[in-house]
Ligand binder design. Structure first.
Ligand SMILES: Cc1cc2nc3c(=O)[nH]c(=O)nc-3n(C[C@H](O)[C@H](O)[C@H](O)COP(=O)(O)OP(=O)(O)OC[C@H]3O[C@@H](n4cnc5c(N)ncnc54)[C@H](O)[C@@H]3O)c2cc1C
Length: 508
């Protein structure tokens, strides 16, 4: 198994990034606020990766920082849950070879990365009440697609058609006004390209983002361009001697080949939460938990955050990392910033809900169907994870996104579990009694998230995505939703660097 080793060529040199002149100027005394209960040069709202990373950078540059979070733990969407079967990441878990900043952070905090062991077993599709064999789908009478569409397995058609028309080359092309005409839904794109009604309908089950109508294609393409680069990372160095490359429809079977001590996808040993925990530990008493921001008062010389428990924090500068799904609940006063306010108020959030299970016996050996399932029913997807022996217990996950996630969020946990296990048993009677629940997470129901990740509706890239990250008086914005070029945890880190640099420039 690949082990994490020193990986200098992938690590960003932070000091180069910030510029040495900034470090010296940053330590020059800053005006102090007189009225705040607790003061710092920079108060950072949110102790997820973006908040912790901004704090690290600013503290290293000599500024007094405070990080506050409403939760009783750090990490936000990085969350490791302890189960009887061991630690499970219910939020972020995958660290790609191209995650320069996350890898660098793991290295600095002495955390180990190992090749991810979550190869998925083959998929069967269950559509319109029938089991569909992807290999013979082209000649299946249920297939009403036209032309080249006919050959694309139904569970992949959304991804495939979205990708087919992606004209973006550079990581930030999605923000380039040259591509403004594509700030439309995937349905509209497929209509313009003349796709069949069935292809459009099927695309709704595998479209990236919230759905075929709800997300701008530019937002989908941004992730696709970044994922393309991720797939290429290490390809040249990986050789046949390192083992065969594994292919999978969802890219979920890992390429375990060792390049510089890393597989294509890696996990942090002990669970992903080890990273924010280590970052917070280094910040020591600069982190305040259980502090829920309810209002933010901005002026040109400072900002004050009032919390639900009556305490307050004030800083010469603020960095706000709250997802806009949460920030819209916080009252902000100060000179209006209409573009940012529009973004905060209207930016939609996608959801995912997942039921993590142990499959006590491989029921697919009894019914002869493929172990993993992609369906158009309320169950969404069921992923069976390879245990590499083929016998005995396996791990599994029900994965709900888009409309299925939206529907399941109306249920409480017990109802959701009963529905999902019941639906699996209806499609696969052999699964009855074979599946035991490990844990459940519905990100929409997380009161400090209300979703799993930002989206941009058709028209919103042009309306505000380019300008919404500009500072609002003394408040700067970070968080994955303020990304320019990256995705996942890397985008949280990317945004943290940008916001910290913006603050450092203003303290020069
Ligand atoms: C299910 C799931 C799977 C994922 N898988 C991966 C993966 O495999 N690889 C990958 O790279 N990325 C993955 N991601 C994405 C990754 O987790 C996020 O991009 C990243 O963690 C976001 O960090 P952040 O700092 O921007 O936001 P967050 O982590 O959301 O931090 C925001 C913080 O604000 C706090 N907060 C909210 N409201 C208030 C308030 N009023 N007052 C004070 N604090 C408040 C929250 O408690 C939270 O700690 C996944 C995400 C999810 C949900």
């Amino acid at each position: 198994m690949a082990r994490y080793r020193d990986y200098p060529e992938m690590s960003l040199n932070r000091r180069n990034f910030l510029g040495s002149g900034l470090a010296a100027s940053a330590t020059i005394g800053l005006p102090r606020m007189a009225f705040a209960a607790e003061k710092a040069d920079v108060v950072i709202i949110g102790a997820g990766l973006s908040g912790l990373r901004s704090a690290e950078i600013l503290q290293e540059q000599g500024l007094k920082v405070l990080v506050m979070d409403a939760n009783s733990r750090v990490g936000g969407r990085v969350q490791t849950v302890q189960t009887v079967d061991g630690p499970l990441d219910v939020g972020a878990s995958q660290v790609g070879r191209g995650y320069a900043r996350v890898i660098d952070a793991c290295q600095r905090h002495g955390l180990k990365l190992v090749s991810e062991d979550r190869d998925l077993l083959p998929f069967g599709s269950h559509f319109s009440g029938e089991w569909i064999d992807g290999k013979t789908w082209g000649s299946n009478p249920l297939n009403l697609c036209e032309g080249d569409e006919r050959q694309i397995p139904p569970n992949l058609i959304g991804q495939a058609l979205c990708s087919k028309y992606n004209p973006l080359q550079e990581l930030d092309d999605w923000l380039d006004p040259r591509f403004a005409e594509y700030d439309i839904s995937l349905r509209e794109l497929l209509r313009r390209k003349g796709h069949s009604a069935q292809a459009v309908e099927l695309a709704g089950y595998s479209a990236p983002g919230i759905g075929i109508d709800e997300t701008s294609v530019l937002r989908m393409w941004q992730e696709e361009v970044r994922a393309r680069i991720e797939r290429r990372m290490g390809e040249a160095a990986a050789t046949a001697e390192n083992g065969p490359k594994r292919e999978h429809p969802f890219g979920e079977a890992n390429d375990h080949r060792d390049v510089g001590g890393l597989a294509a996808i890696n996990n942090i040993v002990g669970g992903c939460s080890a990273l924010p925990l280590a970052m917070a530990a280094k910040l020591g008493d600069r982190v305040r938990l259980g502090k829920r921001a309810v209002s933010i008062a901005l002026s040109d010389t400072g900002g004050t955050i009032a919390c639900s428990d009556g305490t307050a924090f004030s800083g010469r500068f603020l960095i706000c990392t709250l997802p806009f799904s949460m920030l819209r609940e916080v009252e902000i006063t100060g000179s209006a910033n209409p573009v940012t306010r529009q973004a905060i108020t209207t930016m939609p959030y996608a959801n995912t809900a997942r039921l993590y299970v142990t499959i006590e016996r491989p029921f697919w050996k009894e019914d002869g169907l493929p172990p993993s399932i992609s369906s158009d029913g309320p169950m969404g997807m069921f992923w069976a994870v390879d245990n590499h022996t083929g016998e005995g217990a396996h791990r599994g996950m029900f994965v709900l996104v888009g409309r299925t996630a939206q529907a399941v969020s109306a249920l409480d946990r017990a109802e959701a579990e009963a529905m999902l296990l019941g639906e699996l048993a209806r499609l696969r009677p052999a699964s009855k009694g074979a599946v035991r629940v490990a844990t459940w997470k519905d990100w929409l129901r997380d009161p400090l998230q209300r979703g799993c990740g930002f989206s941009l509706a058709p028209g919103q890239v042009n309306a505000f995505a380019r300008d919404m990250i500009k500072p609002w008086q003394v408040m700067h914005f970070a968080g994955e939703h303020t990304r320019r070029t990256d995705f996942g945890m890397e985008s949280a880190m990317e945004s943290a660097e940008r916001a910290a640099i913006e603050v450092l420039e203003r303290t020069a």
